[in-house]
Design a protein around this ligand. Structure first.
Ligand SMILES: NC(=O)c1ccc[n+]([C@@H]2O[C@H](COP(=O)([O-])OP(=O)(O)OC[C@H]3O[C@@H](n4cnc5c(N)ncnc54)[C@H](OP(=O)(O)O)[C@@H]3O)[C@@H](O)[C@H]2O)c1
Length: 313
């Protein structure tokens, strides 16, 4: 099968399209013919070797975590999916035999869910990692309710565009930060108030927020504390957030890191929001198979508005 792989850690130039053996599903796995794969910042840091402690350095390394496609074979013990099902999902680990930028990939049925006919493969691929990150941050970690005023910092990217919609769906009053060009997008997603992070000094205003979701991950707990009532959640792991989490285990102002755990139940929770009309994946650009490096370079600009997707022929 054709797949995107790399033989050493590095920049987008290390990505190569190559013929490799198609994987076979183990007993509890399904084989998916991938139709669309979405990019995540995680793909970039893994490719750069920053998660080497987790991925090891067995090359060629596969590329990509988010996928949508069709189930084409089942392992003997695979339950819950059938051949022909349109599915979407993601993995949070990188394994030498599994990447979403390939014609085929194997997955545990627990990492995918059935894609409804209302969503395209490109939209399905956009929902897995980013959607579960937003859901787990806002619902499971921050326990956002309709009484909360939520600030979403970095609201126009892959995670942020879904987080705004989820926070609104939870009934919260939602303020977003973005650059000026993305103010209309944030309003369109349902934000009650839209701030420009470079102009409006959102963390130095008299306004306070019950929950601050730092999606972009460049504001520390210490920095946002003066305007925080209850819960700060960041997406970016660091020694500082580890210490802040420990120090605020029982405080009235708490700091937490969200670490996404892909699971079918959460994909299905996201689908309920989609079916209710409260959540729609935001696809910024769809690239062709021949344009994978351009797609990656585009994501690396950190200017994506929603998700960057590659269609697999
Ligand atoms: N912990 C986890 O389990 C987990 C899971 C998923 C993602 N993440 C992390 O979450 C972060 C966001 O992921 P993503 O997929 O949303 O990334 P993304 O799609 O690449 O984010 C792009 C967005 O970032 C915004 N941005 C750029 N510079 C900014 C700045 N200085 N301040 C605020 N916003 C800025 C841009 O908005 P403007 O153009 O308007 O500035 C753009 O819309 C990444 O660091 C990713 O690694 C962590």
């Amino acid at each position: 099968m054709r797949a995107i792989v790399y033989d050493r850690f590095g920049g987008p130039e290390v990505l190569e399209e190559r013929d490799i053996a198609a994987p076979e599903p183990a007993s509890e796995e399904v084989l998916v013919r991938i139709r669309a794969a979405a990019l995540n910042p995680k793909d970039i840091v893994v490719r750069a070797g920053k998660f080497r402690w987790m991925t090891g350095a067995r090359f060629p390394m596969p590329f990509g975590h988010d996928f949508a496609g069709e189930v084409v074979a089942l392992g003997h013990g695979a339950r819950g999916l059938s051949v022909g099902d349109r599915v979407f999902g993601c993995w949070n680990d990188t394994r030498p035999w599994r990447g979403s930028f390939a014609e085929y990939a194997v997955s545990s049925p627990d990492a995918c869910a059935v894609l409804p006919p209302t969503l395209s493969f490109e939209e399905g691929a956009s929902l897995g990692l980013a959607g579960q990150t937003a859901l787990q941050a806002l619902v499971d970690v921050a326990r956002v309710s309709s009484r909360d005023h939520v600030l979403i910092h970095g609201a126009s990217g892959g995670v942020g565009t879904l987080a705004v919609q989820l926070a609104k769906g939870l009934g919260a009053h939602v303020t977003t930060t973005s650059s000026s060009r993305n103010l209309p997008l944030c309003r369109q997603l349902g934000a009650d108030e839209t701030l420009e992070y470079a102009v409006d000094a959102p963390f130095a205003s008299p306004r306070r927020y019950d929950v601050i979701f730092d999606v972009f991950g460049n504001r520390s707990f210490g920095e946002v504390r003066p305007v925080l009532n209850r819960m700060y959640v960041t997406t970016v792991p660091s020694a500082r957030i580890a210490l802040d989490s420990m120090a605020t285990l029982w405080g009235s102002q708490r700091a937490r890191l969200v670490v996404v755990h892909p699971r079918r139940a959460d994909l299905e929770r996201l689908l309920r929001w989609v079916n209710d009309g409260a959540l729609q994946p935001v696809v910024d650009r769809v690239f062709t198979w021949g344009e994978v490096r351009e797609a990656v370079r585009y994501l690396e600009t950190k200017r994506a508005r929603g998700k960057v997707v590659v269609r697999i022929p």
